[in-house]
Design a protein around this ligand. Structure first.
Ligand SMILES: [Fe+2]
Length: 154
């Protein structure tokens, strides 16, 4: 069974997923330019996937005896991704670059979680987080490709 510090890391992940879910709405609403129709739809796909991931993470945390954060205030306090009101005024490419940067922070958080739960021999949580990281790695590669760069942003 996972220790308290391990479940705390899963809760930080719930907060991060919740905040990224909101930030993706901001980009979905405020993105502009000739690629509006494609990007608007793509960002909606991403936040739909994020809410499914948050739900899985929170319900796994409950199964481990934890109490997932469930208020916006808790998400803001505990997310490793931070809010940025000014992002809505960014040019389209800069806005997508901000989105991919957030996904990279999220990916790193998933990677840390995988290591922690692997050490705790919790194969089910490792499986959940690995599946989420697989999805996020793909999103990062595609967003960098959209910006004309390789998967590492070069
Ligand atoms: Fe919408």
């Amino acid at each position: 069974m996972a220790t308290e510090s391990v479940t705390a890391s899963l809760n930080k992940l719930v907060a991060t997923q919740g905040l990224l879910y909101i930030k993706l709405h901001q980009a979905h609403w405020y993105i502009k330019g000739p690629n509006f129709f494609d990007l608007h739809v793509k960002l909606e796909e991403y936040y739909d996937e994020l809410t499914a991931q948050m739900d899985l993470t929170a319900e796994r945390l409950l199964q481990l005896g934890g109490e997932p954060y469930s208020t916006l205030q808790e998400f803001i306090e505990h997310s490793v991704i931070k809010e940025s009101a000014g992002d809505k005024n960014k040019k389209p490419e800069d806005m997508i670059e901000a989105v991919v940067s957030d996904f990279e922070i999220y990916r790193d958080e998933l990677g840390e979680g995988i290591d922690l739960f692997d050490d705790a021999s919790d194969d089910v949580t490792v499986d959940i987080l690995t599946e989420q990281k697989r999805e996020v790695d793909k999103v990062i590669w595609m967003l960098w490709a959209y910006l004309g760069k390789d998967a590492l942003g070069n």
